[in-house]
Ligand binder design. Structure first.
Ligand SMILES: [Zn+2]
Length: 273
């Protein structure tokens, strides 16, 4: 009997050590938004607060919405770099988010204020700067009296939301078939505050020393695009822009290789959370 009690106590003593119900539980491992998703939501949130609707569109698009409706006819040289990834006759993985401009205008009379975020696909070899799949956010504002001043103001606000309060935006003349006039959009490099050199006196690797980073394209919607979508270019004007989300996220997190976003290494993503 005595031996039994001793054995019982020995077991209880072991259990008391093995299971300490007062010991604090390990903290739960909370996940976080992927840096691309967060950048996309930050950009969309900026426009939503200014009255823009967020529209999502199909990733398989018609040739018409991808090209012809955007003033890029079959023989246009601008089509060459985009005309790929076909999944059936007249259907392709959209090479940009611009087809949603056509869908939005055909479905809604002016005035129209929309942003259309999402994935786009191109026949690009994967390297530090390119991927066959990437994210864009496209903006479109059409109403009477809209001009490029509105566009510059809105993009400056977006850059200040995404990068910091002291951002500036500059336009460089460019060409896109679906806008006239067209402009490339640059913003002050947040890595060096636009100086071109880092605090350690090294040339800034984010902007290559120029003090500016390129975000994407923009311009006033071409009258042909408005007309084809059923709008009257004599009564309404509009601007549109498209910027790459990976590009913005790379600058925000000071990353120089786009593949970091797609490898999904939890150790790396935790540092970007
Ligand atoms: Zn820089």
């Amino acid at each position: 009997m005595q031996a039994e009690r001793l054995a019982q106590r020995a077991v209880e003593a072991q259990l008391a050590v093995a299971i300490d119900v007062t010991f604090p539980a390990p903290p739960p491992r909370a996940g976080s938004l992927h840096p691309l998703r967060r950048t996309l939501e930050d950009a969309c949130g900026y426009f939503e607060r200014r009255g823009f609707a967020v529209l999502l569109g199909p990733e398989i698009e018609t040739e018409y919405n991808s090209f012809d409706g955007l003033n890029i006819p079959a023989d246009h040289p601008a089509r060459e770099g985009l005309d790929s990834m076909y999944v059936g006759p007249g259907l392709l993985l959209r090479p940009h988010t611009s087809p949603m401009q056509i869908r939005a205008m055909r479905a809604n009379p002016p005035p129209l204020a929309v942003v259309t975020p999402g994935k786009a696909y191109r026949r690009d070899a994967v390297d530090a700067r390119h991927s066959y799949m990437f994210h864009q956010i496209e903006g479109l504002l059409v109403a009477p009296g809209i001009h490029m001043g509105h566009l510059k103001g809105m993009l400056t606000g977006m850059c200040r939301e995404l990068f910091g309060a002291n951002q500036s935006v500059r336009f460089r003349p460019s060409f896109f078939p679906f806008t006239e006039p067209s402009a490339e959009v640059d913003t002050t490099c947040p890595g060096c505050a636009g100086r071109g050199v880092r605090d350690n006196a090294q040339t800034c690797r984010t902007c290559g020393g120029s003090g500016w980073i390129e975000l994407g394209g923009s311009g006033m919607v071409h009258p042909n695009v408005l007309r084809d979508a059923g709008y009257d270019p004599e009564h309404v004007t509009g601007w549109a822009f498209g910027v790459g989300i990976e590009r913005i996220a790379m600058v925000r997190h000071d990353i120089d290789d786009i593949r970091v976003f797609f490898e999904n290494d939890p150790v790396v993503l935790a540092q970007l959370a």
